[in-house]
Design a binder for this molecule. Structure first.
Ligand code: SF4
Length: 144
């Protein structure tokens, strides 16, 4: 499923695409259907069409990673080549170092019911934004 969202990435109008075949196993998973291999393949051509249909977005958000990191990073590069910032919501505690070269925003951390999602000040999840000096934890932006 795709949607244009305002809250997932602060100050950005994001075109969010749910990525299936999730590698996670979060307790109380909010989207169990994403753990299956469903939907249609995301390709550069599909991204082109989605962006063309959603004029005004300035960020492409991968809601999940799937199981093919090489393709994910290629698709991230493609979205960036269209002039968009690129974000990924990972359910993992950490991602491979190479991820930090391909995204402008990375969300880390599995969903844990006891700690809640990003907008819960107790959350275990973190959203990082690329800045000139490296990466900034901007999770607090969800708590206002
Ligand atoms: S990251 Fe966790 S909550 Fe999200 S789809 Fe995967 S298992 Fe479910």
């Amino acid at each position: 499923m795709t949607s244009v969202v305002l809250e997932e990435i602060p100050d950005r109008v994001s075109l969010a695409v749910e990525i299936s075949h999730c590698r996670g196993n979060c307790e109380g998973c909010h989207s169990p259907f994403l753990r299956k291999d469903i939907g249609r393949e995301l390709t550069p051509e599909v991204i082109d069409a989605l962006v063309a249909d959603n004029f005004g977005v300035n960020c492409f958000l991968f809601l999940g990673e799937g199981r093919d990191p090489e393709t994910l990073l290629d698709l991230a590069d493609h979205a960036r080549s269209l002039g968009l910032e690129v974000a990924v919501y990972s359910g993992r505690e950490e991602v491979e170092d190479i991820y930090w070269d391909h995204f402008d925003y990375i969300k880390l951390g599995p969903y844990k019911p006891a700690f809640g999602p990003l907008n819960n000040p107790k959350t275990n999840q973190r959203l990082y934004r690329r800045v000139d000096s490296g990466w900034e934890d901007i999770t607090f932006r969800f708590w206002r």
